[in-house]
Design a binder for this molecule. Structure first.
Ligand code: CA
Ligand code: CA
Ligand code: CA
Ligand code: CA
Length: 350
């Protein structure tokens, strides 16, 4: 059941951001109810946002500081960069607060892509002595040099917030190093139900909200089932979810979502075969795959029409062999049912 959710151990240390919630496991001590913990977490997060201000350096590294008595600093709560999203999970509509320092100028990442990120995560704790609140911040993980993380394998909060941001640009310097510019940068304030919940570690307390600052340097599109269609086109974008895998698109209803199904319409023909076509290249027959969407402009250097995406079952007139012949719209209509998802469309295709 859990094979798709990878848990990564390295000599006994859990790579922090990877999801370690196993909802199928049996625990000797029952977990606390999600709604009860969420009520505490969101109150603590909102208290933190009211009682702290934040400064960022030129590289968008934030520093959070408690507003002193009588201080005039703007609390995070009142900053225009503070925004919220709502995501349903555990039968709770979670409010997620995040700071959008910079959205990024490049490509949007999706929940099934791989992210190249740097980040810093900390937990906070409040103690009150003689009516005076004192906050401590405990950094439990940080990566100053970016690392690759697949967004379907990390804690839920990350997979919800990162797609709100974009990559930037990068240039390779003469010494081989890479400089990133205009990347997305922000901070997320996660209730524990969207992070590690009951499974704390030595450095991460159980049932504690966590704060992550992050920078999205780059991304890599993924094709989980290697059927020639990027996962970003196959999983859908469910916002109302209890489990990612359960709510992803499953065209043939066999319990295996399209992004991990090699025959999406269960017609016995592999998706990869259904989206392929052959063309003549100087007397040599070559095979290629229609891209999900066609290219915006045809490349005259290729012997085929690059503006063609994956076609639907042809609707054109019958030819002399009484078979339908395709129309351009069969390849380009934005609302078409692409033929790898149509179990009445089977090869041989004209
Ligand atoms: Ca795929
Ligand atoms: Ca399926
Ligand atoms: Ca598929
Ligand atoms: Ca098929």
């Amino acid at each position: 059941m859990k094979s798709f959710y990878k848990i990564v151990f390295t000599f006994g240390f859990l790579t922090t951001l990877f999801s370690c919630q196993n909802e199928d496991s049996v625990s000797l001590t029952p977990d606390r109810p999600y709604d009860e913990v969420y009520a505490e977490d969101i109150a603590e997060i909102e208290d933190f946002l009211h009682s702290h201000y934040v400064t960022v350096d030129a590289e968008y590294n934030p520093t959070f500081t408690q507003i002193p008595d009588g201080g005039t600093q703007t609390p995070i709560w009142d900053m225009p960069e503070l925004d919220t999203i709502h995501r349903k999970k555990h039968d709770i509509t979670y409010v997620i607060y995040y700071l959008n320092f910079r959205e990024g100028s490049g490509e949007n990442i999706t929940r099934v892509d791989s992210s190249f990120v740097s980040y810093k995560g900390f937990a906070f704790n409040k103690t009150t002595t003689d009516g005076v609140d004192t906050y401590t911040q405990t950094v439990f993980d940080q990566k100053q040099s970016p690392i690759w993380l697949s967004l379907d394998e990390v804690i839920a909060g990350w997979s919800y917030v990162m797609p709100l941001f974009k990559t930037g640009t990068y240039i390779e310097m003469s010494d081989g190093s890479i400089t990133f510019n205009d990347f997305g940068a922000g901070v997320m304030f996660l209730p524990s139900g969207l992070a590690y919940f009951s499974s704390g570690t030595l450095s991460i307390p159980s049932y504690a909200p966590l704060v992550f600052s992050f920078k999205l340097h780059n991304l890599r599109r993924r094709d989980h089932d290697q059927d020639g269609i990027l996962s970003m086109y196959e999983y859908g974008n469910p916002l109302d979810e209890d489990r990612f895998k359960k709510d992803a698109i499953d065209t043939d209803g066999d319990g295996r979502p399209d992004y991990i199904d090699v025959d999406d319409d269960a017609d016995g023909v592999l998706t990869k075969v259904e989206i392929s076509f052959t063309y003549d290249d100087g007397g040599v027959t070559k095979t290629k795959y229609y891209p999900y969407h066609g290219a915006l402009v045809d490349d005259p250097a290729t012997p085929y029409d690059d503006t063609y995406g994956i076609p639907r079952k042809y609707t054109g007139p019958l030819n002399s062999s009484n078979r339908p012949t395709p129309l351009p719209i069969d390849f380009t209509d934005v609302n078409r049912l692409r033929r790898h998802l149509d179990n009445t469309a089977k090869p041989p295709f004209e």
